[in-house]
Design a binder for this molecule. Structure first.
Ligand SMILES: NC(=O)c1ccc[n+]([C@@H]2O[C@H](COP(=O)([O-])OP(=O)(O)OC[C@H]3O[C@@H](n4cnc5c(N)ncnc54)[C@H](OP(=O)(O)O)[C@@H]3O)[C@@H](O)[C@H]2O)c1
Length: 184
């Protein structure tokens, strides 16, 4: 049990009714504000992106230490959290974003960076264990080519339809709020 006291500044996620002067949250869903995190500018943006990234790469893709992960949209709300979480886990992290965000993504812990405006990422990234796709569309489809056999693709954007899975010769399934496909 966390040791909160009256008047503490906290941040977290609540099931509903967030736009209110007073709200009720489960104690396990909130955390104390640290001096490093501004409550108004930063803390409010952390929980949803971080929990989405956590669910995708750990609960669904079961990323483990030493595995290689490609993160599509590594500079974004979900991707920037995923880079830090995957790195903290001990994974080898490859971040995909535009060149203007390379320094930011590397500072978050990415071991490699690919600029999607300059390179076809599927030609330079191969044999990854996990792809976290937070971009969708064409990027989602091309990400299959980077997976090693038995690798796992999880997306926060779109459902990998059976038709699309067949097109790529993989199996697709859906679980919870994130979508996943395992390369067969
Ligand atoms: N944020 C959340 O809490 C959350 C929760 C659940 C689901 N989602 C969904 O997840 C998706 C991403 O959300 P987000 O909040 O992370 O978005 P975001 O902050 O707008 O980030 C988008 C990311 O995609 C990158 N990107 C754009 N075009 C690309 C391309 N052609 N190839 C590769 N990367 C590209 C951007 O890179 P540059 O900026 O460097 O160009 C940026 O890193 C959305 O569909 C959203 O609905 C988000």
């Amino acid at each position: 049990m966390k040791d909160f006291k009256q008047g503490d500044a906290v941040y977290g996620i609540i099931a509903s009714g967030g736009y209110a002067e007073y709200a009720i949250a489960r104690v396990e869903d909130i955390a104390p504000q640290t001096r490093k995190v501004s409550i108004s500018k930063t803390a409010a943006a952390i929980p949803l992106g971080a929990l989405t990234a956590w669910q995708a790469i750990f609960d669904l893709a079961c990323l483990s230490s030493g595995q290689r992960i490609l993160i599509d949209g590594a500079s974004g709300g979900v991707g920037s959290m995923a880079v830090q979480l995957a790195k903290a886990k001990g994974a080898y992290v490859i971040g995909l974003a535009s060149g203007r965000n390379e320094e930011f993504v590397r500072d978050l812990g990415a071991d490699e960076f690919v600029d999607y405006t300059k390179q076809k990422f599927e030609e330079v990234v191969k044999n990854v264990d996990v792809v976290l796709d937070a971009v969708g569309g064409d990027t989602f489809g091309r990400s299959f080519e980077t997976l090693k056999k038995g690798g796992f693709l999880v997306t926060t954007v779109e459902f990998p339809s059976e038709e699309k899975a067949r097109e790529f010769g993989r199996k697709g399934s859906r679980e919870s709020s994130a979508n996943q496909t395992r390369k067969s």
